[in-house]
Write a protein that binds this ligand. Structure first.
Ligand SMILES: NC(=O)c1ccc[n+]([C@@H]2O[C@H](COP(=O)([O-])OP(=O)(O)OC[C@H]3O[C@@H](n4cnc5c(N)ncnc54)[C@H](OP(=O)(O)O)[C@@H]3O)[C@@H](O)[C@H]2O)c1
Length: 242
């Protein structure tokens, strides 16, 4: 892969403030760590303070947020506003996948609420703060290539007719992208940019937390992909094969 860093080395102002939902594990943890290591202030918004522990030397703070609950999401929003911090970047990263059908206390299908609805609530209430903290404020939705398996069917949005754990993960990731486009139109000339990203395939707890068979399938897929990339990037192997 070479000896160069694969990310830019930059210095962030210490009051440039980022919220990373689900910043206590997986992709969110790495995101939060690198932003803080470059000097920015990171608010890790997640359920467990214990799991959000990081080095005291970095400018990182825990704030409780449970996206499974609209009440908890509103409490987080009000607590954040009460702190008086600016907000430059909101990273909607937390997510769940491949769960069996579950309804939240608010009456929504759980993947829908955690991945999409509660993040939308966060965004809508924090837009005024992003606007006054700018220029160059951003909202980043950590979506997924899995959105290609999703569709938008209002008659089955909460699994009223049928439910499939893979399709409903895809739906939730598609809704993130749809809301990104809808908000982008409304955020023109506000100085706020909105983006949706696919982070690649990363071996985290996302699949294995809730889908038993994935404990076998995920390592096989990852090792196959690693082997494929190794062969693909190795000219010596190509010369032998061709
Ligand atoms: N891994 C991949 O290959 C991949 C590919 C495409 C897209 N993505 C997307 O990347 C994002 C991060 O996934 P990951 O792979 O890093 O998964 P992960 O390791 O399972 O991390 C998920 C994070 O979301 C948090 N979370 C889950 N439910 C929550 C809730 N109710 N309230 C607040 N936080 C909650 C978790 O915190 P707790 O400790 O509280 O559970 C954890 O910090 C997701 O949006 C996922 O869809 C991942």
């Amino acid at each position: 892969m070479g000896a160069r860093l694969t990310y830019p080395e930059i210095t962030l102002a210490e009051d440039r403030t980022y919220i990373v939902t689900g910043g206590n594990g997986g992709i969110g943890y790495e995101t939060a760590k690198y932003i803080a290591a470059h000097g920015g202030r990171v608010i890790i918004a997640c359920r467990s303070e214990e799991r959000a522990d990081g080095p005291d030397t970095l400018n990182v703070e825990f704030m409780k947020l449970d996206l499974e609950s609209l009440t908890s999401t509103m409490e987080f929003i009000n607590a954040y506003k009460a702190k008086g911090y600016p907000l430059h970047v909101l990273i909607c990263n937390a997510g769940i996948a491949f769960i069996s059908y579950t309804e939240t206390a608010d009456g929504f299908e759980k993947t829908f609420q955690v991945n999409y609805l509660s993040h939308l609530l966060l965004i809508l209430h924090l837009i005024p703060l992003l606007r006054t903290s700018g220029p160059n404020s951003r909202i980043v939705m950590v979506s997924s290539l899995a959105h290609v398996f999703g569709s938008f069917n209002l008659d089955n949005i909460q699994g009223e007719q049928s439910y499939d754990r893979f399709t409903f993960y895809g739906h939730s990731k598609l809704y993130q992208i749809m809301s990104m486009y809808a908000l982008d139109r409304r955020l023109k000339n506000t100085g706020i940019g909105i983006f949706a990203v696919h982070p690649g395939t990363v071996e985290t707890g996302l699949a294995t937390n809730n889908w038993t068979e994935s404990k076998i399938l995920v390592p096989i897929t990852h090792n196959f992909l690693k082997l494929f990339l190794y062969v693909f990037q190795s000219p010596a192997i190509w010369e032998t094969l061709l």
